[in-house]
Ligand binder design. Structure first.
Ligand code: ATP
Length: 400
């Protein structure tokens, strides 16, 4: 359909980048990126109309997102060239052909495109040897100055290398090391470094990439304060298992794996260093709070392990303010299986427990509205957690 819409407008449209790479690798990828030779925004509006969706356009970048009625998104861009006015700057953008658009990209494996216009539908465009590198498992930049122009590509190279178990091609690796030696990563804004770090920490298994970052001297530009010692590695290695366990029980709704990794990575630092990192990277309020509050989690874990007699409502008092990421971190800090079981039981109970009595019931019992309502409802919640009451009638009895 995209091809026909473009054809009608006299444009060419291509599917590009990650999705083509993953299609050839047989790896699932649902991020559709389209590049238009012509006017991307005109195309995006026409495509949205044709598919009954809507187009959110960004005039300034000449890009758009077509949102389909079921929420599925398609990214659309106008073919463009970028050039860099000085190393590590953000690029200046111009309209151009698909070839130039592909040439500005990071690695050959990301430079392939598939034409969607009816006459050439399915044709693979591969100007820079992407298919061969994909077959050979190589991450290769397109030109020697690539890392100088944009040092975030060093982090991206590591991410793709470790994700696909590829290798950074020898000359590319030499240029990356050269850029690191010339301290080019130091020129990047913290915002850009953080963006790439988050992408790495969101990988299915980010550990090999972290190890590689450490090994080739990238880590010291990301968090020089943190030494990734063996104890931290051991805990990091357990993260996927804990996240998987939480996911199986539907307990990780909205849990951001990268925040869990950060909690583990930062745990040995003094408070002042964590505050400095939080300040440097300008995390949003929610993440900042989680990272700062995360300082208390290892202590909580010790308490839970030491005080075997904690009731479910005692646990609730200690844990109710914790985010999902904190809970994952807490589980990582627990060593004894019985402590883990207890927290697990609490989490499961918490999902099921509902207070049946409400404000109207309290009013009907003759209680005057006020802060006492909150107190009663919270006590009822605790009583439910501890199994002291189950039914509505039992709750009413307890209130009386
Ligand atoms: P993923 O599977 O992680 O989403 P992706 O290839 O889709 O991988 P994105 O980060 O979404 O990666 O980037 C989309 C495309 O934009 C990439 O295929 C890449 O070619 C290009 N790109 C992204 N960042 C850069 C960069 N810093 N320099 C050059 N090209 C880049």
């Amino acid at each position: 359909i995209a091809g026909v819409v473009a054809e009608d407008l006299g444009f060419m449209v291509y599917m590009v980048g990650g999705i083509v790479r993953d299609l050839l690798l047989g790896v699932p990828n649902y991020d559709i990126d389209l590049v238009v030779e012509g006017e991307g925004l005109v195309f995006a509006r026409a495509l949205a109309q044709r598919l009954g969706g809507r187009a959110r356009v960004h005039e300034r970048f000449q890009t758009a997102v077509v949102v389909l009625p079921d929420g599925f998104k398609i990214d659309v861009a106008t073919a463009r060239t970028e050039y860099y006015e000085f190393p590590a700057a953000l690029p200046v953008v111009h309209r151009s052909s698909i070839r130039e658009d592909l040439y500005r990209r990071d690695f050959t494996i990301n430079t392939m495109a598939i034409c969607l216009n009816p006459g050439r539908f399915g044709e693979l465009i591969d100007y820079f040897g992407g298919r061969k590198d994909l077959k050979e498992g190589l991450i290769r930049i397109l030109y020697n100055l690539s890392f100088v122009e944009d040092p975030t590509r060093i982090l991206r190279a590591i991410r793709f290398e470790q994700r696909y178990k590829f290798q950074i091609e020898a000359e590319t690796l030499r240029l990356a090391r050269d850029a690191i030696d010339r301290r080019l990563l130091g020129k990047l804004s913290h915002k850009r470094i953080l963006h790439e770090l988050i992408l790495i920490l969101e990988e299915k298994d980010p550990l090999p990439a972290l190890r590689r970052m450490d090994e080739i001297g990238v880590w010291e530009y990301v968090m020089p304060e943190v030494r990734l010692d063996s104890e931290t590695w051991i805990m990091l290695r357990r993260v996927p298992r804990v996240l998987g366990w939480l996911a199986e029980r539907w307990l990780n709704i909205g849990l951001r794996s990268w925040v869990v990794y950060l909690l583990v990575i930062l745990q040995k630092l003094p408070d002042s260093a964590v505050e400095e990192i939080v300040h440097r990277y300008r995390f949003d309020r929610d993440v900042t709070e989680i990272l700062l509050m995360g300082r208390e989690v290892p202590g909580l874990a010790v308490e839970i392990e030491e005080i075997q007699s904690l009731s479910m409502s005692d646990l609730n008092k200690k844990l109710r303010k914790l985010s999902g990421e904190h809970i994952a971190f807490l589980l990582l800090c627990l060593n004894r299986p019985e402590s883990w079981e207890r927290v697990a039981r609490y989490l499961e109970l918490k999902q099921d427990v509902r207070v049946k009595v409400n404000g109207y019931d309290l009013k009907a019992l003759g209680l005057r509205e006020g802060p006492v309502y909150q107190k009663i409802l919270s006590d009822l919640y605790d009583a439910n957690l501890d199994g002291l009451v189950k039914t509505y009638d039992e709750e009413i009895e307890l209130v009386k």
